[in-house]
Design a protein around this ligand. Structure first.
Ligand code: HEM
Length: 401
């Protein structure tokens, strides 16, 4: 089918009237031109945009595409972007990726993560108890949705929570699309340096935590102190910014669809389905997953040539009517919600997804159980959504109860 217009810019701004839906242009492209050229950086790059669920899975599942942002033709977030050190293994393919990811797989096995549920429940309880003593409109982001995943990842890693202002600032830079390549590299380096200090400190004062175990892997050979620090930095960043936004956005989504809130109280199976639907519906990684073709590959009706960049729009793919009935409706009982690709697909599929699921499954029911009269303190149109970050979210969420 012919494209709808001259090459559109890859632009994410959503109308104020529909802040929980992907920009309308992309639903149109998915229907009329599902693999199409878009422009980035004022037209200096023209990567392909993939918007259908099936095509998205085909690209993400194929070894013919690389995640290295420094390849010529890579559809970079920031011009001039270099590759981060190998501890940030999402940016690596093949054996380096496998080797680095393997150092962490045991940590994120479902059984292991399930053992963290009591700690997640305790932290949720403590934060809600403190917050519910406040009066007047309260910012849910500041008092609940951001501290909760930060506290959890700190406990898992063995990072002192007192340092949260520092690492939250670095994470903010990392997801900020307006930050330069240098600023982003500096934020990675700052986190890496901070964690290197902790890796070394754990040698003399070991704890029952992930950083201590990574330090142990260094001693057995295979990875270096710097790898252990960079791996921990990657987790610290990936582990709180995403889940924090998911909690805040899920809260707004449920307040906009209050008839569905009782699904959160129907027991673990219903909660699990509800969380999958929230993940599908919101798909917070809205800036697209980025790949570069290493060889010529046909996707849909289009041949993507070696060296060309591809943006895989997982949030648009998760609203594909070919795979999800009435995809723009929130349905917390949707039986096939788990087919979403909000955590990606293929070898880079989110390593932390068992933890993200555990947190959301504990937190969302508890929030509405404790505060049954929770409501937004301002109209939806006045909420400051994060349009300019690679992870969609909310800057400030004033609520009352
Ligand atoms: C709701 C919360 C989360 C969402 C929506 C999410 C989403 C994603 C997505 C879409 C990817 C794939 C990137 C790609 O293919 O290029 C990814 C990768 C990754 N995520 Fe998550 N994530 C979440 C939470 C977490 C948490 C809690 C952690 C760790 C504690 C984590 C750690 C990672 C890591 C290490 C990778 C890289 C995997 C690889 O390249 O092999 N994520 N995540």
């Amino acid at each position: 089918m012919p494209p709808t217009s001259p090459t559109p810019a890859f632009e994410l701004t959503r109308p104020h009237t529909a802040p929980l839906d992907p920009p309308p242009l992309y639903a149109d492209l998915r229907e009329k031109s599902p693999v199409t050229r878009v422009t980035l950086h004022g037209g200096r790059l023209t990567p392909w945009l993939v918007t259908r669920w099936e095509d998205a899975r085909a690209v993400l599942g194929s070894p013919a595409f690389s995640t290295d942002p420094s390849l010529p033709g890579a559809p970079q977030d920031r011009e001039g972007q270099q590759r981060s050190p190998r501890g940030f293994f999402q940016q690596y393919d093949g054996s380096v990726h496998t080797m680095m990811r393997r150092t962490l797989t045991r940590e994120f096995m479902v059984k292991r993560v399930d053992a963290l549920r009591p700690a997640i429940a305790r932290l949720t309880d403590e934060l809600l108890a403190t917050m519910s003593e406040l009066s007047g409109p309260v910012d849910l982001v500041e008092h609940f949705s951001l501290p909760l995943p930060s506290l959890v990842i700190c406990e898992l890693l063995g990072v002192p929570y007192e340092d949260h202002t520092f690492f939250q600032e670095q994470s903010k830079t990392l997801v900020d699309r307006t930050a330069t390549a240098e600023e982003s590299l500096k934020a990675f380096a700052n986190l890496g340096e901070y964690l290197l200090g902790l890796v070394r400190a754990k040698r003399t004062a070991p704890g029952d935590d992930l950083i201590t175990r990574l330090a142990g892997q260094v001693d057995e050979g295979g990875i270096t102190d710097q790898d252990a620090a960079d791996l921990s930095a990657f987790l610290l960043f990936a582990g709180h910014e995403t889940t924090a936004n998911m909690i805040a956005l899920s809260t707004v989504t449920l307040l906009e669809n209050p008839e569905q809130i009782p699904r959160l109280f129907g027991g673990p199976d219903q909660v699990a389905v509800a969380v999958e639907e929230l993940l599908r519906y919101l798909t917070i990684v809205h800036f697209g997953l980025r790949r570069t073709a290493l060889e010529d590959v046909t996707v849909g009706d289009v041949t993507i040539r070696a060296g060309e960049g591809v943006i895989i729009s997982i949030n648009v793919a998760n609203r594909d009517p070919e795979f999800f009935a009435a995809p723009d409706d929130l349905d917390l009982a949707r039986a096939d919600a788990r087919r979403h690709i909000a955590f990606g697909y293929g070898v880079h599929q989110c390593l932390g997804q068992p933890l993200a699921r555990a947190e959301l499954q504990v937190v969302m029911p508890e929030l509405f159980r404790r505060l049954p009269d929770l409501k937004l303190a301002v109209p939806l149109e006045e909420i400051a959504f994060k349009q300019d970050t690679s992870v969609y979210g909310i800057l400030e969420l004033p609520v009352t109860w």
